[in-house]
Design a binder for this molecule. Sequence first.
Ligand SMILES: Nc1nc2c(ncn2[C@@H]2O[C@H](COP(=O)(O)OP(=O)(O)OP(=O)(O)O)[C@@H](O)[C@H]2O)c(=O)[nH]1
Ligand SMILES: [Mg+2]
Length: 400
Amino acid sequence: MLSRVKLARLLSTELFLRCSLGQDTVKDIFRHTNGGLRDVCTSTKLYRKAEEKPKKREMSEKKLTRHFVDYCRVKLEAGSGGKGACCFLSQHLKEWAGPDGGNGGDGGSIILKADRFVKSLAKVPQICRGQNGEPGGTKNCYGRNGHATYISVPLGTIVKEQGVTIIDLSEHGQEYVAAFGGLGGKGNRFFLSNENRAPMTATPGMPGQERVLHLELRTMAHAGLVGFPNAGKSSLLRAISNARPAVAAYPFTTLNPHVGIVEYRDYEQVAVADIPGIIRGAHLNRGLGLSFLRHIERCRFLLFVLDLSVPEPWAQFQHLCYELDQYEPSLSQRPQVIVANKVDLPEAQENLLALKSRVTQRIIALSALTGQNTEELILHLRELYDGHLQCTSEDKPVRW
Ligand SMILES: Nc1nc2c(ncn2[C@@H]2O[C@H](COP(=O)(O)OP(=O)(O)OP(=O)(O)O)[C@@H](O)[C@H]2O)c(=O)[nH]1
Ligand SMILES: [Mg+2]
């Protein structure tokens, strides 16, 4: 056993040697010293292990499409109650000791629970059955209740039944009892009375509730990037946040919404969602259709990303507003800013001047590729966010 003083002295010696001789040499020296110092050096080993850990590979967009499910139909069948028992007690010297059938246990309910670590509805089963209650037993033993079955859903899940919204699960840990378990049956002991000393009645358990629910995921973000395919939405999200959506020179690279977090010095976080590209006629299901617009329904402000390399970029803006109006009329009225992207290209300057003369909205010209002027967008995002917090002071900001 090492005394505390001796241990402290050895530790300080090791630290000094580490600084002057280097890690490996010191490790070798201390391997041969008495006193079990190797145990003291475990933090170095752990640090090494963490360093050698292979980097997590990014999932391709195609693979992600299989994993990302934002709509599902689920059939719920809660557990049935256990049946009550019908039996009589017979003891030594007391043959007719009375009824002793216990009650059955209650069936398990099915509960939907919002979990911020769950990102899609992919793991929600098509049919979910709750646990049944156990039947009652002799000697007045009650059956065990069925356990509640939890289904974890991502934040922002909307629960609908026959087209009617029932609940919006938007807070971490929020629960909704989607199907109640059936009550357990009564054993014949329950029916014992002065009038009936030997009841033969025992009731079966009630069946659990059955429901068919539709779950819809609406991504929760403060700002939504809306634009034509190839406008540079994903490049922009990569430039302003740590999110890594795929970027390529062909249309419809992004097939799923991605959320990136813009962090500020005061630790405030603004979430920005990259929505798959929208084209003219999307409301008629052209391109990827408008189903992805459900993800910007919750966005408080919109960033229209326009491509300055195409002639007449303002036409893109008009088409986008029209498509948004077709989906939900109030959507295009939200606080918005136009992000004129690809300002680094030679033809961009001329198109930018023409765009400025044609639209009244604020325009932020930048290049997502070179990072030119992205600070202006980040600062403006913060202004929009602060304005939103002031308007809805009772609303708690969502934290990621
Ligand atoms: N020169 C230049 N090219 C850019 C800029 N931003 C994006 N690009 C290029 O434009 C192409 C499309 O970029 P993406 O970010 O994939 O565009 P997107 O809007 O996400 O496209 P979809 O996902 O298909 O809707 C890529 O080849 C990018 O390198 C920019 O500021 N300047
Ligand atoms: Mg994209």
